[in-house]
Design a protein around this ligand. Structure first.
Ligand code: NAG
Ligand code: NAG
Length: 498
């Protein structure tokens, strides 16, 4: 049995209406909830009948499906991000919406409900806009979401589209004041003559409501497309990077930012390289890294100069002249860079590989992992269908011992850095039933020997790509965005202990 959640959205007279339809294939009872406005609370838990597989399989990253949510086809997920303790998971989509999931606390009556993420709140973060001066449409697509560490009862997150970054406050309300003297329960002003005695208003419990409100809008600072935002470990500043510049912001100040990197050449014809991703060091607030389309990483220290155009360290792998081809530069472009939790290593993703770099070694990566080397012979057709420009992200697990990144055909890959084992798993409706163990998949290269259940390179579906993934900060729970579906997988070992 599976449970489908359909999110539908339409706009009427400037008011946003959201529909959710739940379909439980088990008893096919549909629930429709209609809310108006931008904030919705989902009270219905998504619970699955629990049928844990009894297969005694290797414990290495054997995961089972914990939640399966399918959204309507236009809602392609464009980013996924856990908060710093992993209890909240935010996704952004092409329609400019943000959906926040919350992990259910363990309950005695439902021993397997621990780890299940239910929809907590949904809101419209960005709207399509039009730049009249440049005659350009500005997409509402959410490029990145970053959580701020919690400081009071409310949660804050930053979301960005190509141009504008917004700070959102997410707070809960479960009480409302009642018993006003001058207005009735609907808020209408009472006739003064009917007020004969004074009463003290009281707070009465009500159904939990999640309110999301925009706190700050950081606009007009980017000429090019924003590809990254990163909150600094001082928790007061953050940076935003576009193709040619990186800006530093104070979280409270929206009308100015400081430009810390500018690689725009005086003459745009001399442009050979663009910034593809940027991130702050997790512990040292003066350090940040940015990656480029030429496959290089630059570590910058903000203590050295106000403008960090001169990097402190340049990480670059020397090119093998024998392997040079028309595609070399395209496939070496770094699509994502992530500091390890320890701050010692950098993880990068380019088209065919994932690499781990040691901050103390600039000359070459410490480890190189082949994500889908079988595509090397297919680069021509991947160039023709534009897939070669896909930007895959990568993620560390909580202890920096395993890395994860996506591939085609709804496959994603994991590499254990210690044992050097790797696995290909599939996030798809057909292959993963709730609470079932994911079967490792294998792609057989063209001309290679084909084993049972192998998939041939020629039958890979290049329209099904896993670009966005996130790993829970301290547990083996991962979130995988497969076009418009979000999958949350959890380590089997974990859940069996409950
Ligand atoms: C993550 O979200 C949970 C649930 O709201 C909250 O309790 C926790 O403090 C958040 N973690 C951080 C570090 O903000
Ligand atoms: C990282 O992965 C390894 C190998 O599966 C596992 O032993 C470890 O618990 C994971 N760390 C976290 C914090 O999830």
């Amino acid at each position: 049995s599976e449970l489908c959640l359909h999110l539908r959205h339409y706009r009427d007279d400037g008011v946003h209406h959201y529909f959710y339809t739940y379909t439980n294939t088990m008893n096919s009872s549909d629930t429709v909830i209609l809310c108006t406005g931008c904030v919705i609370l989902m009270a219905t838990p998504l619970l699955f009948p629990t049928t844990l597989s009894s297969h005694a399989t290797s414990l290495f990253l054997i995961l089972h499906l914990c939640l399966y949510v399918c959204l309507s086809p236009a809602d392609i997920i464009s980013t996924v991000e856990f908060n710093h303790t992993g209890e909240l998971l935010a996704t952004g989509d092409k329609g400019g919406r943000v959906v926040i999931f919350q992990r259910e606390p363990e309950s005695k009556s439902e021993p397997f409900s621990q780890g299940e993420y239910n929809v907590y709140s949904t809101f419209q973060s960005h709207e399509p806009e039009f730049d009249y001066l440049k005659s350009l449409e500005i997409e509402e697509k959410i490029n990145k979401i970053r959580w701020l560490p919690q400081q009071n009862a409310a949660q804050f997150l930053l979301s960005t589209n190509d141009k504008t970054i917004k700070l959102w406050k997410v707070s809960e309300r479960d009480k409302r004041p009642e018993g006003y003297n001058l207005k009735d329960e609907e808020g209408r002003i009472k006739d003064i003559s009917t007020v004969t005695s004074l009463q003290v208003p009281v707070l009465m419990p009500m159904d939990l409501m999640v309110e999301v409100s925009p706190r700050r809008v950081f606009a007009n600072a980017h000429t090019y497309h924003v590809n990254s935002i990163s909150v600094n470990s001082d928790y007061m500043t953050y940076m935003s990077a576009d193709d040619l510049r990186i800006n530093l912001w104070h979280l409270d100040i929206t009308d100015r930012s400081f430009n810390i990197v500018d690689i725009k050449p005086v003459n745009m014809e001399d442009l050979t390289e663009v910034i593809t991703a940027a991130e702050f060091h997790p512990h040292h607030c003066n350090l940040f890294v940015y990656s480029s389309s030429k496959g290089t990483l630059r570590l910058c220290d903000m203590r050295e100069a106000a403008l960090c155009d001169k990097h402190s360290k340049l990480f670059e792998e020397p090119e093998d002249p024998s392997a040079r081809s028309f595609f070399s530069e395209i496939i070496s472009s770094v699509s994502d860079v992530k500091f390890s939790h320890s701050g010692r290593y950098l993880l990068t993703r380019d088209y065919l590989t994932a690499k781990v770099w040691d901050l103390n070694m600039e000359s070459k990566p410490l480890e190189t992992y082949q994500v889908h080397d079988y595509l090397r012979s297919k680069l021509c057709s991947l160039y023709e269908n534009d897939c070669i420009f896909d930007k895959f992200e990568c993620a560390w697990n909580g202890s920096d011992s395993v890395i994860m990144t996506g591939a085609y055909n709804n496959f994603f890959r994991m590499f254990d850095r210690n044992t050097k084992r790797d696995v290909t798993l599939e996030a798809s409706r057909e292959s993963s039933k709730p609470r079932a163990v994911l079967k490792p998949r294998r792609v057989c290269a063209a001309g290679g020997k084909r084993r049972k259940d192998d998939i041939s390179v020629d039958s890979l579906d290049f329209t099904k790509k896993i670009l966005h993934t996130a790993w829970h900060p301290n547990e083996n729970i991962i979130a995988i965005a497969a076009t418009n579906n979000l999958y949350i997988f959890q380590d089997k070992l974990n859940s069996e202990m409950h």
